[in-house]
Design a protein around this ligand. Structure first.
Ligand SMILES: C[S@@+](CC[C@H](N)C(=O)[O-])C[C@H]1O[C@@H](n2cnc3c(N)ncnc32)[C@H](O)[C@@H]1O
Length: 193
């Protein structure tokens, strides 16, 4: 299997783009909309996610950090564009947006206590493979809590005889953390704070 993960310690954190360019891209990202909703993805995210969805073909996308729901609707559209029956479950500590999209389920809940809103009986109904997207507070504690919640709930895919379909991953689960690479100090605080 090709190793795709680079350990944080071995990263240089020297981006190819100049900091000014990255700041402008970040500003643009904060103004981006998708189908009339805030959509907080930069151009690199958009390309990487569509590539990831095409390769992993997730049956369910579990997102932590809904905001306006722009990314949840975009994820569902990306699944549909790839011929996947779209299913997105998105959790946010703030009131959920009104989406009126049967493919997307919005749940109010805290990244720090996902067991309260995503009990195992509910998770058991969600088709695999899953793609888990942690895009909530952009704080260490929140990201760690999301990883710790999902890690024991993810399953490894069993390889088929005769080799695997190159479009498919070797595991049923893949996690993606969005990092605040441009402004590491900035976080998305919850309304309670
Ligand atoms: C970066 S925005 C999400 C953007 C959205 N995924 C998109 O790409 O359009 C971060 C969201 O995380 C939510 N948030 C912050 N802290 C949270 C927490 N502890 N648990 C759940 N959601 C949280 C905020 O309310 C905010 O809506």
């Amino acid at each position: 299997m090709t190793r795709r993960v680079t350990e944080v310690r071995s990263r240089t954190f020297r981006p190819a783009l100049p900091p000014d360019a990255l700041s402008l891209i970040q500003l643009g990202t904060l103004r981006t909309t998708y189908r009339g909703r805030g959509f907080f993805k930069d151009p690199f995210d958009v390309v990487l996610y569509q590539e990831l969805i095409g390769r992993l073909r997730p049956a369910t996308i579990l997102e932590v950090g809904t905001k306006d729901g722009g990314s949840a609707v975009w994820f569902a559209d990306q699944q549909a564009a790839h011929g996947i029956a779209a299913r997105v479950v998105t959790v946010d500590v703030a009131d959920p947006p009104v989406l009126d999209d049967p493919r997307v389920t919005c749940i109010r809940g805290d990244a720090l206590a996902l067991d309260r809103v995503l009990p195992d009986q509910v998770l058991a109904t969600l088709a695999r493979p899953w793609l888990v997207v942690e895009d909530s507070a952009h704080l260490f504690e929140a990201s760690l809590a999301v990883l710790e919640f999902f890690d024991p709930r993810l399953q490894r895919r069993v390889r088929r005889r005769g080799g695997r379909d190159p479009r498919r991953p070797t595991a049923t689960r893949h996690r993606l953390l969005e990092s605040a690479s441009v402004s590491p100090a900035r976080s998305w605080s919850s309304p309670a704070q």
